[in-house]
Design a protein around this ligand. Structure first.
Ligand SMILES: Cc1ncc(COP(=O)(O)O)c(C=O)c1O
Length: 413
């Protein structure tokens, strides 16, 4: 029997007792917040990882939507080397450094935003966005306007504020009390109309495609109506593009494909192709409410990570890459539909671009375990949902190879 990689959901996805290579996982000194299969990854190249026996694995996880340019990218390696050669890895945010300033200017130029705050992860970006929303409301004199609303199925992180906005009881229960003032509402406009009290709610946070919650693409018409509603009620709209942003939908930002202009966008995962990096993009009214001392971070936006991110975001914005993602997304839709009809093992598929959810009859963990054994990395998004998050550089031939291995895993081979 195989131990599946249970993604970021180790306590929800059932896992079996033994590793893919039938040997018990090595005991180690890392706190047991994840169950990992036994093989030790020692090398990466393009869309493949290699373990210490030389076995290769085709990577349809990309470090959970992080390594969008693939493993061992020469451009990323060169930028890291060039950045190291300056001797400036970190100076703190007490001082100016050029890479972060250039990166912020680029992000502002290529988005709705007027300012950017840098941090180190997705959850940190969302926590910061919640603080900015409250600061914005207070700056307008609304003392009681501190509420944050998120949606059914949402995942926004595992820190106290973001966990309060995350709709996973098993993640939340052991850590109560979470941040007060956060409400999870159905993905329904009538429910939102009832919940969005202009006197008490500062912001709504939404993933344009819910990732951990099962890869649910929110309808553009729903997002546009929500934008209108939040405008009418003077409530901020935060889009969490930590998983679906920076090219994964075939647009640099997912909101561009939806026709909605948010007040804040949070990004992280692929920003520096694997170095820890996050950001909050904010519009002028939010930026105007923030004063020196209102928020801070020791590491966020340091010169090394910012140099890498500057290179990565420019490559993720290349029209040919975005077109590849859109084209392959359409092709994947057709292939996955055919796979569903051919195998009878799939209940539904959802997604776009390089982000797909596959609902299966069998528990996802069992399929992920068999795929792992055959050299294919998959991740789940719920107990009966597989998630495909390939590096954006994955070619059609490599995707075809992955689908072949996926079919075999679905068939129990
Ligand atoms: C949509 C979304 N928001 C927030 C997060 C949290 O990011 P991090 O794990 O970097 O804290 C994730 C992580 O999976 C995510 O998918």
């Amino acid at each position: 029997m195989s131990t599946a990689i249970s993604s970021a959901i180790p306590d929800v996805v059932p896992t079996a007792d033994a590793s893919p290579s039938e040997t018990p996982a090595q005991p180690n000194a890392i706190l047991g917040t994840y169950k990992r299969p036994a093989p030790l990854f020692v090398r990466g190249e393009g869309v493949r990882l290699f373990d210490d026996t030389g076995k290769s694995y085709l990577d349809m996880v990309a470090g959970i939507a992080v390594v969008s340019l693939g493993h061992g990218d020469p451009g990323v390696a060169r930028v890291i080397q060039d950045a190291l050669a300056t001797g400036l890895i970190h100076t703190s945010n007490l001082y100016r450094t050029a890479p972060g300033e250039r990166l912020a200017a680029w992000l502002v130029q290529h988005s709705f935003a007027s300012k950017v705050f840098f941090c180190n992860s997705g959850a940190e970006a969302n926590e910061a966005a919640f603080k900015f929303a409250r600061r914005w409301a207070r700056a307008q004199g609304h003392e009681e306007k501190s509420g944050i609303v998120s949606l059914r199925g949402a995942f926004h992180g595992r820190l106290p504020g973001t966990l309060a906005a995350t709709d996973r009881p098993s993640y939340r229960q052991p850590f109560r009390p979470l941040m007060p003032g956060v409400q999870i509402v159905e993905r329904d406009l009538d429910d939102l109309r009832a919940a969005l009290d202009p006197e008490t709610v500062a912001a709504v946070i939404v993933e344009p495609i819910q990732g951990e919650g099962g890869v649910r693409v929110l309808e553009p018409s729903f997002l546009r109506a929500l934008r209108e509603l939040t405008h009418e009620r003077d409530i901020l709209l935060i889009l969490d593009e930590i998983q679906c942003g920076l090219g994964r939908t075939g647009h640099l930002f997912a909101y561009e494909g939806v026709g909605v202009v948010p007040d804040m966008v949070t990004i992280a995962k692929p920003m520096a192709n694997g170095l820890p990096m996050g950001a909050v993009l904010v519009n002028e009214p939010v930026a105007g409410a923030m004063q020196p001392g209102d928020h801070g971070t020791t590491f966020g936006g340091g010169p090394l990570v910012a140099s890498v991110a500057e290179h990565v975001v420019q490559r993720l914005a290349e029209p040919s890459l975005l077109e590849h993602v859109r084209e392959m997304g359409c092709w994947l839709h057709g292939e996955l539909t055919a796979l569903m009809q051919r195998t009878g093992k799939i209940r539904a598929i959802r997604g776009m671009g390089f982000m797909w959810g596959i609902d299966t009859h069998e528990p996802a963990a069992a399929i992920i375990g068999r795929a792992f054994d055959s050299g294919l990395l998959l991740v789940s998004a719920g107990e009966h949902t597989l998630r495909l998050l390939p590096p954006l550089i994955m070619s059609q031939d490599e995707l075809r190879e992955a689908l072949g291995l996926l079919e075999a895993a679905l068939q129990g081979e």
